[in-house]
Design a protein around this ligand. Sequence first.
Ligand code: ADP
Ligand code: MG
Length: 661
Amino acid sequence: MDILEMKGVGPKVAKTLNKIGIYSDNDLISHYPFRYNVLKKTDINSLTEDDYIVTDGIVETLPYVVHFRKRMDKMSFKLNTGSKIINVVIFNRGFYKSKLPIGTTITIMGKYDIKHNTCVASELRFGALPPKPVIEPVYHATFGLSSKELGKLIDQRLQSDIDVIDYVPDYLNEKYNFLDKEKSIRIVHNPTDINDLKQARKKLKYEELFMFMLKMSYLKSNKGKEMGLKRTVDYNKVLEFIDELPFKLTDDQGKSIKDIYDDLTSPVRMNRLLQGDVGSGKTIVSIVSMYINYLSGYQSALMAPTEILAIQHYNNISNMLDKYGIKVELLTGKVKAKEKKDIIKNLQNKKIDVIIGTHALFSDDVEYNNLGLVITDEQHRFGVNQRGSLKNKGITPDILYMSATPIPRTYALTIYGDMDISSIKTMPSGRKEIKTLLKSEKEIKDVLDMMNGELTSGHQIYVIAPLIEESDKIDLENVYEIEKNMQKAFGKHYNIGVLHGKLSNDEKDEVMDKFKNNEIQILISTTVIEVGVDVANATMMVIYDAFRFGLSALHQLRGRVGRNSLQSYCILLSNRETERLNVLTHTNDGFKVSEEDFKLRGSGDLFGYRQSGDMSFNLADIKRDFDILTKAKEDSEEFLRLNDGKYDYITNIIMEANNLD
Ligand code: ADP
Ligand code: MG
């Protein structure tokens, strides 16, 4: 039923509801409360620390109101709760003063401060608390529609029958003793008992996570796997290629290459994630993959998130592949129209075997002759899944994603459940561990001394100035402030460059080139250098306001140094969150860092696009509800096994219902 057909919903309310994604009565009842007020009197005398309280009581003194600024006021009075007389302070409710003579019975909720025996109330209601505890749902109030109004509409809808489909199979409902779906929905909107509410929420969360994992497991099962290209390639030729490399591959690199070889030579389409710390050597794995793909006669495309990186890859890769007669070309947004036309033509008539570039590789006017392999570097930066844009081109090349944000195995298995994963866990030998130090701003003198030491040894330094928003002028001023200070300290003897997102691409390239050629010794930069840049002579990184970054982001940043056998340093400058940042001073293992990050910050930072699109849940939270997610994963796999042969029908229903793919 369209929301407009509901009684009490006019065009105006309907429009507001539409804005928060509610179009039908079913949308309305699956708009769940985001929290609950438990209306139960707090025993204030037994509190041992400041806490949120709910209490009724009798007004003991006449309220006193002070006005300040425009339309702001503060009202104070004493309240007798029966067991204690407390001070109550409430803001912007001065208009209640005349309704609160001594002896009035009221209920308040708010934060209670033991030391001052004062409650700063966020809510004041007339009358006593109900005799039995009441659980009151609170909805996100939006666009002028209050939580109360939403609750009323929902209640009204729940007066009559509701028609919901329970997507959890019966045997699983039985296994876990789950409440049925309709009952659960009624309870989350009108809970009378905390335990029931917990059960109801658990059921609804499980349903969400089960459907998500079912989709993941389905995509990974043989049924869900798409057919791709079948190749025959002699593995000995691959080994010969590896033998000719200037260095010996690490074991994990070798294993990853074998995984990819197996995928490429099987008829099933490859959908693989290659994860490994910054500097672990993913690029060479991608090069060997492209070589295998070349041997089987197909074109390869490697997409990098930034121009700088694309160029770096291009130089590196053409260098290695030229001698095998493999034609490598570069295509970025910067390539001139005439040149681009030539490149497109050469892609079509297969005069190019490997193309390296940015998003431009998949713009509408680019067509391939026989694209067999697509590799995306630093996948999580792109924000969208490439499978979609390739679908539009009507081609099904094998896909390899590379990511330098290592994810602990247990998490990867769930959220990347539809992909196969290869991990590079060890660094190429001959590298020294990066020494990471945490310094407060007071210690800047020490830091400048250390910088001086590195510069005197002929090394280069990155200085990172965090930018919250590229558009933020204040932050930009911050970058130039840092430059000024660096000029003061080192300007006499060394060259200092500034790199940030507001510069034109030409300007960026110029600064980067100068840094690469050691014409600049100190590069002050916002995080635009974060991904993939490789300047081996840079041995120190100083990060201002390090607390502004997640641990994984900092770990990635520091991976810019320590690119050769010189001892490298990362200095985190921060006066805040030192305990969290200390994790980095103790470990260089990206998997450990991301595990800590996950514990501390939830999934937000780690999972980029997964988080925003595919993984937004109504009730569930993949960090808090990780146990449920793990169960849902096992159950979904079992479900697919049990229903082999008939699950096309079932999964179709499920995918349709959930708007999946
Ligand atoms: P990332 O995984 O961050 O993309 P790269 O592929 O850029 O790392 O590798 C970092 C550096 O290590 C490169 O200069 C590369 O040539 C070098 N390298 C890669 N594998 C090895 C190896 N097995 N032994 C020695 N050096 C290696
Ligand atoms: Mg890389």
